[in-house]
Design a protein around this ligand. Sequence first.
Ligand SMILES: [Zn+2]
Ligand SMILES: [Zn+2]
Length: 323
Amino acid sequence: MIAVGQPLQMQEMPVPVIGEKDILVRVRAAGICHSDVHYRAGVSPVRPLPMTLGHEVAGVVEQAGAQATNVKAGEQGGSALYITCGECSYCTTGNEQFCSKVKMLGHYTDGGYAEYIAVPARNAVLLPDEIPFEQGATLMCASATAFPYIAQSRLKAGETAAVFGVGDWAYRPYSLQRLSARWTSMPLTSNENKLKLAAQLWRHPCECETKATRVTRSGVSLEARAADVTLELIGLPQTMRQAVQCLDVMGRVRHCRYRRQAAGDRYVSRAVWERGRIIGSNDHLYSELPMVVELARRKVLDTSRVVTRTISLDAGAINRALE
Ligand SMILES: [Zn+2]
Ligand SMILES: [Zn+2]
């Protein structure tokens, strides 16, 4: 990426030189994420420019630094997308995402739309042979970000989850499969086309149309105490409030989107008085990536239909995909 709002350009770059704690990865696949659309358009600033985008990366370790003891040349894996200092209190307690020096791959440091990338060895996530590189790359972002918001919702067998919003989060492979396979889930949206799409993809399609999930143009009409867990994927004050209003007692609301408008006092008081739990969400931690890989290896998470198209490493092709 050379300039905001401009097509990506192909440029010759030297192969990165690695430090003692780094690895050089020959990239075999890099996912195109919706975030890349935002980066190119300037919705989310990329710096410094020029920058190589691409944060869902899988490949083969070409070279490992002298102090890189966790991986060897020839091993295959993906890279966690947050490059951090590795030394602060957040990094050393497994909460590295909150490191004050965090830099996201393909956003604040050169990413995977390239033949080679250099990353700290501690970012390496080994991929077993049975996961193709293309699918493995998507685990590093698309599935990984959905994993904690389902896992930490503490859904139990027999419980009901209401899902506010049928957008990219709801379709992320992990969330869609987990919600449709194990729980009664109710995708809620006021957009009829998205509702039709949800009915095709969710394993319990009729639930989109049950009384409890009736939708109206003005918003969601959801019966009170309909859900044990609500996954709020929109982030509007109205839907944040509704996500609490439809909870049963002891319910949990999981926020995955947030906008700065206040949700209002009633939102908080209802959750407080009824022993509810408000659970935040912001991406994923390194420690969660091996769990996601293991779920994919065991085919609990089916990644076989995740990749819809593959393109060559070519700026024009990437631009067309972003468009
Ligand atoms: Zn992504
Ligand atoms: Zn740190």
